[in-house]
Design a protein around this ligand. Structure first.
Ligand SMILES: Cc1ncc(COP(=O)(O)O)c(C=O)c1O
Length: 358
């Protein structure tokens, strides 16, 4: 943490809502806005922006890779990674409910021309054996199979409930992938949550992955931005795809400054979000009408299953009337996400709201 900066868990903006819809809803704090306002900038498309360069160097260093590329979103980081790793007609192996498959508009097909092989695993954590079994190669198939060239992992797993990969499983998957001629991309939108929860450095978690994307605008609290990291050679190639996808940004240091601030100040405090998520999950699980798989509550997310036949959408409306906003994830489940602006008092209020509508 930078000297003299006090971590803040509070809402600095005025609202009477408790917003548990996502950790993407955070707003820049006063200290982050100060970092933004004093950032030196330049034209990053021309390679002139010192703040973007500093963010890229910081992210590469924190993740133990040679180089990095600043992009506008997690979706763009994944799209650029997939496009750089693959050729049209290739296949990607990924978890069946992964963000890349479920929530990125089918970009893998439209932008990269890839098919997908989906693998299941408990709480979104897939095994090396299942990844190995899902890898199909054209060679030896008389041309029947596509060519799998990329395995994508997601840590933490969003639809898995914020669950974390044991580092040994990541290593095993990387080994299997490499032995079958596949690269490994880690969608690490919430990699720092996994690192804080496991006590293992982010760099160690992704040591054997070829590339990693991290999001600065989720639990880390920046308003915009993600970083894709990998080897210098990979990032050079990725640069071209970012350009083609319209992702070259000019005086982007204005927003990159928030990213630097978030990496320097908001990583360790993720533990507070995890503690609040657990307290909330345990309290709701103890109430009639709800069940929470507490073993999956490993970071800042809580998936609540409605067990008394309530409709999830109606539950969301009932909670909204109590001032608590969250999303229904299926007709019988809701998701609550804890972040920078959720206080201990908010957790109490959210627990009360669940009690009111049960
Ligand atoms: C696991 C994961 N990957 C990627 C993304 C995409 O990030 P963005 O919303 O910045 O495009 C998200 C967003 O929620 C996510 O949860």
């Amino acid at each position: 943490m930078s000297e003299g900066v006090v971590p803040i868990t509070m809402r600095e903006y005025s609202t009477d809502r408790i917003d548990l819809r996502s950790d993407t809803v955070t707003q820049p704090t006063a200290a982050m806005r100060e970092a933004i306002s004093s950032a030196p900038v330049g034209d990053d498309v021309l390679g002139d922006d010192p703040t973007v360069k500093a963010l890229e160097a910081l992210a590469a260093n924190m993740l133990g890779k040679e180089a990095a590329l600043y992009v506008s979103s997690g979706t763009m980081a994944n799209a650029v990674a997939v496009r750089t790793h693959t050729n049209p007609g290739d296949e990607i192996v990924l978890e069946k409910d992964s963000h890349i498959y479920t929530y990125e508009g089918g970009g893998y097909a439209a932008l990269s021309g890839c098919s997908v092989a989906r693998v299941s695993g408990p709480s979104g954590i897939i095994s090396a054996a299942d990844v190995g079994a899902a890898i199909r190669k054209t060679e030896g198939s008389q041309g029947h199979y596509p060519n799998a060239t990329l395995v994508c992992l997601e840590n933490t797993s969003n639809r898995g409930g914020g669950s974390c990969y044991p580092v040994e499983i990541i290593d095993e998957i990387c080994e299997v992938a490499k032995s079958r001629g596949c690269a490994v991309h880690m969608d690490g939108a919430r990699l720092f949550n996994a690192s804080v929860a496991s006590g293992i450095s982010a760099a160690r978690l992704v040591e054997n992955c070829d590339t990693v994307s991290i999001c600065l605008s989720k639990g880390l609290g920046a308003p915009v931005g993600s970083v894709l990291v990998g080897s210098s050679d990979f990032i050079n190639q990725a640069h071209r795809w970012r350009k083609m996808f319209g992702g070259g940004m000019r005086q982007a240091g204005i927003i990159a400054a928030a990213g630097i601030f978030s990496l320097e100040n908001n990583v360790e405090r993720l533990a507070d979000d995890h503690a609040r998520a657990r307290r909330f999950g345990e309290a709701v699980n103890a109430m009639d009408g709800y069940s929470v798989d507490l073993s999956a509550v490993q970071t800042n997310m809580v998936y609540v299953t409605l067990t008394a036949g309530q409709d999830a959408n109606q539950a969301v409306q009932g909670l909204a009337e109590q001032g608590v906003d969250l999303f229904d994830i299926s007709p019988t489940s809701l998701r609550a996400v804890f972040h920078l602006h959720v206080t201990d008092e908010d957790v109490d209020a959210a627990i009360n709201a669940f009690a009111q509508i049960s």
